[in-house]
Design a protein around this ligand. Structure first.
Ligand code: ATP
Length: 878
């Protein structure tokens, strides 16, 4: 249907709608009939494919080869198939766990997607309400304004200088001005997408003005839907940490396979026995080394801990849109924040004014606002404008009555670059334009002032008196707006700011209070303790900004405040050099935000930047962590943000930083745990093999690595924040994963666990044979298995803090206690339940042997505690 060729009425008729939209019942019926307004989802990978993907890992392939070889030997030699079953069982359980973890992480991200679902303002039953964009039906009439994403394909019914950016569809980056009249074909066959100026399309954004439009196509029927298959298959991005871990796993895997090949050849030559049985024996040793060394759970643990972090953050109102943000938040060094709504409550009330006629002032301000008066007599709309409409009401001037006698016939919408807004209304003599905006800006365009019912020329004395009043209010932390008017004898024909917002007559000023959010001062303090700088960036007046910033402890000295105009005088190099001298940037334009972010970034600082308006998107994009506002933010900024604040609150950013730090800490803990366990296994097997003993079989190591180890690793990911988390400086984003002593810790702890394991084996071996001879020792093997698995479990408690004593940690990690219990049960089951013990080749050990093995395992706690004690001493001395 080519709606752009038809006039508005015929479009409404064809869509079976009216200019006041549909009824709720009709919309629901149409939704039921035609489906939701959303693009087809990515096809879910079927379960069998996911399982197969888990099995295609090189590590798993080696294990499957080992299973086949064991099977073949068992068939030839008539030995039991136990090894085959154990290996297959572990491989399958591991693949299932892998799929479960993956889908858990996916579910967390899906839940977040739902939370950030777009909404639209739409007429239902003749009233404006907000509905989820996916619940729009053909015939719905939507309201669009600057910053909105267009939710579906629509025919424009009303346009007030409305411009849309349609580059995602047409490639054209210059916004297109929208009109309402039917388009002529002029002999062409059709009109190209970019020239359909009376239509707006799903996926484009309104960048200026406002308007009304009727939905003509939804979901896959939209122009976007036609090309959606391109978008649906967008790849999921991995975070730097995930990429690093994937790489590390890969390198380790191939390294280990290389070493195993060498050991295989070496052992075979040393044994001098090339019989089938010997080859398979040696091969099994090499396999056990591979199993021991490859940290199977590494990548999975990172992913799952990150996704736990994401859901924790969302519980604290920080909604993560890109997983990378979780990591980056932990290294945030600068937070650049808006003032209105983020540091303050955005609940404005007029408390001061300066004018010759308060009723003229209030009338002008109320008429020049988009806020409406609700049924309860309170204003509905944007907070600044609500304050103005409520102010007029308090003087007995109701906005709806004012508008009835002087309806709006034209307007130039507000934009934060101009910092003004104008509307035109009919009067008895002709027309009047009311303009409101930043007082300093308004005053620049005034030539007269309204006094004693007359327009008299504005003298320099009056000008400085007005500016003085502005400063008086701003110093009290009030947000000040100025108002002016201009008369016309005939209706203006074009609505251009440069023509109309000139030669104005000044009416007066109002000062609005916007109380600061009570929790922000503490959050700013916390940032200071955490080595994070806070910058206030605001469109508001310097004095207002400075007054609020010093209330919050952001500004210590007036010299730390700078205005956008002063920034214009600084070159980019100068700004980069001096950016740390300022904490308050006032009267800025959105472009300044980009310069400030870039200056910080050039200095190598990880910067978070908040934004809400249409023009903030570039700054949010440039920042390391772009922060969008959930309540006041426009779709445009939300779409480019890495994180959205559901409550617009500055304190939420700080708690997200805290969570980011905790997540990174926990990932480090889990990885240190996994890698030190792997190292201990490699050393134990390697040493034992070199001196001719078999202390553990591949099946044993598999059981430990893939079954008992994964619970403590995940439990470490749930560890609560450590004391002092927010009193250390931000992590250096460039630091390697093994920095801050982790590499050395990992190695000594690995050595420690292998020593206790080897000792345990030899104790068992000695108790069984009574003499030192090279022979198989089921007792020794059982003890080594018990010691190794339990030492790793105990070691996971050591990992609760890299340097602090575990006895100094206040809260318990219940998940870790549970993991210990679970692992203890699993270990005991394979040792003591006869059929399983037989399959694993374990012996029923004596109570003495059991306690010796446990004691050896437990010794890792006191030893690591002692080392930590000296490490702390050393660090303090440094
Ligand atoms: P922040 O950047 O901290 O959110 P802000 O809301 O003051 O602060 P802008 O929305 O860019 O930033 O507004 C800039 C200035 O424009 C304000 O200080 C005010 O003087 C003026 N202003 C704000 N809203 C309106 C409006 N609806 N109509 C006219 N002028 C406005």
């Amino acid at each position: 249907m080519r709606f752009y060729l038809e006039n508005k009425d015929s479009v409404l008729q064809k869509c079976k709608s009216t200019s006041k939209g549909l009824s709720s019942e009709e919309a629901a019926a149409r939704l039921e009939r035609n489906g939701k307004n959303k693009l087809a989802e990515e096809n879910r990978v079927p379960l069998w494919k996911r399982l197969l993907a888990q099995l295609s890992d090189p590590m798993t392939i080696i294990l499957l080869v080992a299973a086949i070889l064991s099977g073949v030997t068992a068939a030839y030699s008539g030995e039991s198939y136990a090894d085959v079953f154990i290996i297959l069982f572990v491989v399958i359980v591991n693949a299932i766990l892998g799929v479960l973890q993956e889908s858990k992480a996916e579910k967390a991200m899906e839940a977040l997607k739902k939370m950030t679902a777009a909404t639209s303002k739409v007429y239902r039953n003749g009233e404006i309400t907000s509905v989820k964009s996916e619940d729009l039906a053909v015939g719905d009439v939507v309201l669009l304004e600057a910053g909105d994403s267009v939710p579906a394909d629509c025919r424009v019914l009303e346009s007030v200088s409305m411009k849309a950016e349609e580059s995602s569809l047409t490639g054209e980056s210059v916004p297109v001005e929208k009109a309402t009249d039917a388009l002529p074909l002029n002999g062409q066959k059709d009109i190209s997408l970019g020239d359909r100026t009376n239509m707006v399309f799903m996926g484009s954004t309104i960048v200026y003005g406002r308007g009304k439009a009727v939905v003509t196509a939804v979901g896959m029927d939209t122009e976007m839907g036609k090309i959606a298959s391109v978008l649906v298959n967008a790849k999921h991005n991995l975070t730097p940490l995930q990429i690093k871990m994937k790489q590390l796993s890969k390198i380790l895997t191939w390294l280990v396979i290389g070493i195993c090949a060498v050991i295989f050849v070496f052992s075979l030559i040393r044994s001098g026995n090339f019989s089938e049985k010997s080859i398979i024996n040696v091969f099994m040793i090499a396999i056990s080394l591979a199993v021991a060394a490859i940290p199977e759970g590494l990548a999975a643990v990172v992913t799952i801990v990150l996704s736990i972090g994401v859901s924790n953050m969302s519980k604290r109102n920080a909604i993560i849109r890109r997983l990378t943000a979780v990591e980056t938040l932990g290294c945030a060094q600068v937070i650049c924040t808006d003032k209105t709504g983020t540091l303050t409550q955005n609940r404005m009330t007029v408390v001061d004014h300066f004018t010759d006629s308060e009723s003229v002032l209030a009338t002008a301000l109320a008429l020049c606002s988009d806020s409406r008066l609700g049924h309860d007599g309170k204003a509905i709309g944007e907070p600044t404008e609500n304050a103005l409409v409520n102010y007029a009401t308090s003087l007995g001037l109701k906005k709806n009555e004012l508008e009835e006698s002087a309806p709006r016939v034209g307007e130039i919408p507000f934009d934060s670059g101009r910092k003004m807004m104008s509307t035109v209304h009919p009067t008895q003599e002709g027309f009047i334009q009311y303009t409101k905006g930043a007082p300093d800006v308004i005053l620049k365009h005034c030539t007269c002032v309204y006094k004693g019912g007359r327009e008299i020329p504005l003298t320099p004395e009056m000008r400085s008196q007005i500016l003085g009043e502005n400063k008086r209010m701003a110093d009290k932390a009030l947000r000040v707006l100025g108002s002016a008017f201009r008369r016309y004898s005939t209706k203006p024909s074009s609505y251009k700011s440069s023509d109309m917002e000139e030669k104005l007559t000044f009416i007066g000023l109002v000062g609005m209070i916007d109380p600061v959010r009570p929790e922000v001062e503490a959050a700013v303090n916390e940032c200071r303790g955490a080595g994070i700088r806070v910058n206030m960036i605001t469109g508001d007046h310097k004095d207002t900004a400075a007054a609020i910033a010093s209330q919050l402890g952001i500004l210590k000295d007036p010299s730390q405040a700078i205005t956008g105009a002063e920034l214009d005088d600084l070159s980019d190099e100068k700004l980069e050099k001096n950016v740390d001298k300022y904490t308050v940037f006032a009267r800025v334009q959105p472009e300044h935000k980009v310069r400030i972010v870039n200056a910080w970034k050039k200095r190598g600082m990880i910067t978070a930047m908040t934004g809400d308006g249409v023009n903030d998107a570039p700054a949010i994009k440039s920042a390391d962590i772009g922060v969008g506002m959930g309540i006041t933010g426009t779709d445009v900024t939300k779409n480019v943000a890495d994180m959205i604040l559901a409550d617009d609150n500055f304190a939420t950013i700080v708690s997200a930083v805290e969570e980011g730090r905790r997540v990174y800490d926990n990932i480090r803990k889990a990885i240190q745990f996994l890698l030190s366990s792997n190292i201990s296994e490699v050393i134990s097997i390697f040493v034992a093999t070199m001196i001719g003993f078999t202390i553990l079989k591949p099946a044993h190591l598999l059981w430990i690595n893939l079954i008992t180890d994964c619970f403590p690793a995940l439990a470490l990911g749930l560890e609560k924040k450590e004391n002092g988390l927010m009193s250390r400086s931000p992590r250096n984003p460039k630091e390697g994963f093994f920095a801050r002593g982790m590499g050395a810790d990992l190695i000594y702890q690995g050595v420690l666990i292998s020593i206790v394991t080897l000792v345990s084996y030899f104790v068992g071996h000695f108790m069984e044979h009574g003499v030192w001879e090279i022979a198989e020792s089921p007792d020794g093997m059982t003890m080594a298995f018990l010691t190794l698995s339990m030492a790793e479990i105990f070691h996971s408690f050591n990992m609760r803090s890299q340097r602090n004593s575990i006895f100094s940690l206040h809260c318990q990690n219940k998940a870790l206690l549970g993991a210990m219990l679970g692992s203890l049960v699993l270990t005991s089951v394979v040792i003591f339940v006869p059929p399983l013990a037989n399959a694993f080749g374990f012996m029923k050990i004596s109570a003495e042997e059991y306690f010796t093995a446990m004691l050896l395992a437990f010794s890792v706690i006191p030893v690591v505690e002692i080392v930590k004690f000296f490490q702390r001493k050393l660090e303090r001395r440094r």
